[in-house]
Design a binder for this molecule. Structure first.
Ligand SMILES: [Zn+2]
Ligand SMILES: [Zn+2]
Length: 670
């Protein structure tokens, strides 16, 4: 009898044929990493090869499917370069001069020349098989016929792990960074061809997920988030913070470049400050995550210096986000990882344990260690030479015996404080750039400390003796109550109107955002609700983010009106109500509009028209448009910065404020 109750909805997709993805013994990407992984899964009994309940059979992607991402001419070139005799001719120069030149040019033109991704015999077949694996995995989780048939909906896989997948550098018309066909891009494209869906791709590999990002750079149905070692030092050099997408896809590419030697704590902080709010504001139907474990400190190619604790935090967060926001739909792919024996098998066994809700044993099975340690020792000498050549310190000369890492093997970096600070700045900038302010305030970053005791203190209304103000207004759809400084107990009693979903896409999630805002000690929440208790509009006042560090009285104003209650003048009335207190004359208030944050879906108007509406709305409260060189605001003509300087604000502070607007601190950094 199976004593693992949750396994039936978690599948591992692996086919022996995938081991043919082999660039030779000297290449850093070794199929041995998958053999060692499968061996560890079996010997540790985390996965049983004869148990059909935890397997997902795969097939190769067809040419038609590959063509959803790759050009026909590229696929043909890959097929030509896959034939062993042709490659031998190319390598050994035994053919005629002409054949040689043609094959060499073909290889160079499509990314198989000198360097990372040499052409290998049979590479079309094996690359198509790996691509098919991810395609079948995503189809199974999304209920497409390609994913297989299941007796009942309860048996359909909820989570699938495809370790050979994650060839994220492959481009439409070029092989790159050990990657021939882009399995994740093809799988997503196939899904979107079949049905409307919103797909979130999270790339934890140490390298930027450039291929997947490029495939969907202008597509708002796919959000790509990549955490990686900054492209200043590492292949492929892209993944800058300002790569946010293009056209309709603007705001749907998120890049989190981290410093070399980031280590676990700073990595986890960056991840936790950005991923949950990004996921809530995108509201995906499914998550695909790339678990490249080349982030590990023992990896010979990179420098992020994580341990398996940091890597496990990635897996746990992806799993939790899938259950919180996607009804559990989750596909995990392997990706990079070049310490083939010490890191990859442990990291991805841990991933399988996470996916299938199994407890990870403390120790690695002795027989597995006995089998793989000698292989590692044999290669370690060569490995060490490579590491020294790449500027890495020689690795710890020990083979692990536990699943998790031992702290003592990973001494702290000397520049930890500086590196952490630099990563925190990147995160603060990205939060402002990518997150609508309501979401940002509802998910405060762990670093952020309010510049002052809070607006409640300033307005002298903290405490129960000064309850919310209440005002009744008439609207074409009936009377509404306006209240400011709403406490959490009030927000809990109210319910969101069905059209209140501008930032979290669903009214119940929007309600959760408002509750978070009400609980936040430095935010002031004003609401408009019906006498029956339905929330139809909100205005939030909150301290400006890190960009305004050094200013005590700069506050950000945000507003939202339910899509069922628009064009009734409610926005004007609630804004007027929220901003009429005399104490606000001591403050500089600003409202920032980034066009990709705006909820224009139901309005059927352009962002430029929306910009005009916002300018007019805030203009009625004496806000003026201000020019700024802050790149996230000035990078797009649809964006806007509106400011109201209170009558009592000191002129020196105003001057400092204006200087800050034109100081481009982030441009100087990037
Ligand atoms: Zn990588
Ligand atoms: Zn689960």
């Amino acid at each position: 009898m199976d004593d693992r109750p949750n396994l039936s909805r978690s599948r591992l997709a692996f086919d022996q044929g995938e081991l043919a993805y082999d660039f030779g013994p000297e290449h850093p990407m070794k199929p041995q990493r998958l053999i060692a992984l499968m061996d560890l899964l079996k010997t540790s009994e985390l996965w049983k090869p004869d148990d059909k309940q935890c397997q997902l059979p795969i097939r190769a992607a067809t040419i038609e499917e590959l063509k959803l991402i790759h050009s026909e001419v590229y696929i043909t070139a890959v097929q030509l370069l896959s034939v062993p005799e042709e490659i031998d001719a190319f390598r050994n120069e035994i053919e005629t001069e002409t054949t040689h030149i043609i094959m060499r040019e073909l290889a160079e033109q499509y990314g198989f020349g000198e360097g990372d991704t040499p052409a290998l015999p049979g590479m079309h077949d094996v690359s198509a098989l790996i691509t098919g694996g991810t395609l079948v995995a995503l189809s199974a989780v999304m209920g497409l016929p390609e994913g297989g048939t299941f007796d009942s909906e309860d048996e359909r896989p909820l989570h699938v792990f495809h370790p050979a997948g994650g060839l994220h550098h492959a481009q439409a018309e070029r092989a790159s960074g050990f990657c021939v066909y882009n399995d994740v891009s093809v799988a997503i494209a196939r899904l979107l061809e079949e049905r409307e869906a919103k797909v979130l791709y999270i790339d934890f590999d140490a390298h930027h997920g450039d291929g997947v990002q490029r495939s969907f750079y202008d597509d708002p149905r796919v959000m790509t988030i990549s955490l990686h070692e900054t492209g200043r030092y590492l292949f492929p050099g892209t993944g800058d913070v300002l790569e946010v997408g293009d056209g309709l896809g603007r705001g749907y590419s998120a890049n989190i470049p981290l410093e070399p030697f980031t280590e676990d704590d700073s990595y986890i902080e960056a991840m936790n400050s950005l991923l949950p709010p990004l996921v809530i504001s995108f509201a995906p139907d499914v998550i695909i995550s790339n678990h490249g474990c080349d982030t590990h400190a023992w990896d010979p190619l990179t420098h992020l210096e994580l341990t398996l604790s940091g890597i496990r935090a990635q897996m746990r967060l992806a799993h939790q986000l899938a259950h919180s926001y996607c009804e559990g739909r989750w596909v995990a792919v392997g990706g990079g990882g070049y310490d083939a024996y010490r890191v990859v098998p442990r990291a991805w066994s841990m991933l399988w344990a996470e996916i299938s809700d199994q407890t990870l044993p403390e120790h690695l099975p002795e027989e597995w260690v006995q089998r793989w340690r000698p292989l590692w020792l044999k290669e370690a000498e060569l490995e060490e030479e490579v590491q020294v050549a790449l500027g890495k310190a020689p690795g710890v000369a020990s083979f692990p015996t536990t699943f998790l890492d031992r702290r003592e093997d990973f001494p702290a970096q000397s520049r930890r404080t500086t590196i952490t600070r630099s990563n925190s700045r990147t995160v603060a900038f990205l939060r402002q750039l990518l997150l609508p302010s309501t979401v940002r305030k509802a998910f405060p970053s762990t670093q952020r400390i309010s510049p002052m005791a809070g607006i409640f203190d300033l307005l002298h209304i903290r405490g129960s003796q000064t309850p919310s103000r209440i005002k009744t207004i008439e609207s074409p759809a009936g009377p509404l109550l306006l209240r400011d400084f709403c406490p959490p107990s009030l927000v809990e009693r109210l319910v969101p109107d069905s059209g209140l979903h501008a930032f979290a896409r669903l009214p119940e999630r929007e309600h959760q955002l408002l509750l978070n805002l009400a609980k936040s000690p430095d935010c002031a929440l004003a609401l408009a609700h019906t006498p029956e208790g339905e929330i139809v509009a909100q205005v939030t006042l909150a301290p400006g983010d890190d960009w305004w560090d050094g200013f005590e009285n700069v506050y950000e104003v945000t507003i939202e009106v339910s899509s069922n209650w628009r064009r009734m003048g409610i926005a004007h009335k609630i804004l007027d109500f929220a901003l009429e207190l005399d104490a606000l004359e001591d403050m500089i208030l600003f409202a920032m509009g980034l066009s990709w944050h705006w909820d224009t879906d139901n309005l059927k108007i352009s962002v430029h028209r929306y910009r005009e509406l916002i300018a007019r709305l805030f203009g009625s409260q004496s806000f003026e448009e201000f020019a700024t060189t802050e790149p996230d605001i000035s990078m797009e003509p649809g964006n806007i910065l509106l400011v109201r300087v209170g009558k009592n604000v000191d002129q020196l502070v105003v001057k400092r404020f204006l200087d800050r607007l034109l100081s481009t601190p982030h441009l100087a950094r990037w």
